[in-house]
Design a protein. Structure first.
Length: 128
């Protein structure tokens, strides 16, 4: 009788194994800048006068917007940095991107010294 119960428990556990193994597989893979050409980092430099006590949103981060700015069917990326320059990346396909910030408009980097947060992207005139 005990052997039968052990066999049933082992069978049930083995039947769950494929589900457990599948659940452990990652959904995303981290790609290095060498592969994507995306070299953006939202670096925060905390000082005595600029910190979370002086500004409660200090660690809320910047933002990223995704949109097809050249209407080629590939999603392009715009990153905002709290303290550094923003970056606009053109998607060249196969997860390769090109920094076109200065070519598009130097103003996209944002004002020097300004605190930049989230970003949204929309085709406001609906022309694609
Ligand atoms: Ca595009
Ligand atoms: Ca438009």
């Amino acid at each position: 009788m005990q052997n039968s119960i052990s066999l049933i428990i082992t069978t049930v556990l083995l039947s769950w194994l494929p589900i457990a193994v599948k659940a452990q597989q990652p959904l995303f893979e981290l790609l290095p800048p060498k592969t994507t050409n995306i070299r953006f980092s939202n670096d925060i430099n905390e000082t005595e006068h600029l910190n979370v006590l002086a500004y409660e949103y200090f660690y809320n981060g910047g933002g990223i917007a995704v949109g097809d700015i050249n209407n080629d069917g590939l999603d392009d990326l715009f990153f905002t940095a709290n303290m550094g320059p923003n970056k606009l990346y053109l998607n060249q396909g196969n997860l390769k991107f090109k920094d076109i910030t200065r070519d598009a408009a130097k103003e996209l980097e944002g004002r020097s010294g300004a605190w930049k947060t989230g970003v949204t992207m929309s085709d406001v005139n609906g022309d694609g």
